[in-house]
Design a protein around this ligand. Sequence first.
Ligand code: SF4
Length: 205
Amino acid sequence: MQIARKKSHCKVLGPGLRSVIWFHGCCRKCPGCIADTMNETAEHETLSAEELAGWVSASKDIEGITLSGGEPLMQPLDELAEFLTLAKQQSNLSVLCYTGYTLEELQDNREMQDVLLLIDVLIDGEYRQGLDNGQRWRGSGNQRFHFLTPRYRNEADEWYIASERQIEIELDMNGKLLISGVPSKDFIDKLTTELQRREINVDFS
Ligand code: SF4
C-alpha cells in the first residue's frame, strides 16, 4: 500500500485518540481539495499490511484508526482488508474511513464489500467546495456518515449537528508544516498566502 503520511495520535479526525493514515493518490480532482500533497507526484512510502498493522500496534492508547488520503479505497483491496483485520485483532480498534466514492458506488464490488465489513463509519462523497459549511469531521455537506456497525450508531445525531472544527498543526523535521483535520477554507487561504509570502513549504492533510 502507498502511504503519503501517518500520524500515531490525532484528536481531530474522528472520536477519541486515533492513528491516522493518509494514503497516497486519488484519481479525482475535486476543486479546493486540501490533499493536493497526496497526489501522484508527492513523496510516499510503500508498506505491507503486516508493516502497517505493526505501526498501529505501536501506537498506544488509541481508540481507533482513521483512513484518509488521497483515496484509501484505491489501494489494493485485499491488502487493505488484511491490514484492517490484523489491526482489529490487536485490540478493539474502531475504523473510520474517508472516501470520495459514495457508498452506493462501492456496494457493487464484492472485494470492496469485504473491506466495508471492517469499517465502522464510512464518510463518503467528494469534497464540494460550495457545500463546505464548517461541519465537524466533514469537508462538505454532501458527505454522509454511514454507521456500518453499531459502534458509534447511538452518536449519529450528535455527529451530524456538531459544527466545531479543530485542526492540529505540526512542523516536521524538514521544516514542513503539517496540518491534520478539516480546516475551514478561509483559514487555508489565509495561511497559504502568509506562508508563501514567507517562503515556507506547507503540506495540508
Ligand atoms: S476525493 Fe478527496 S482526496 Fe480525492 S480529490 Fe476529492 S477531496 Fe481530494
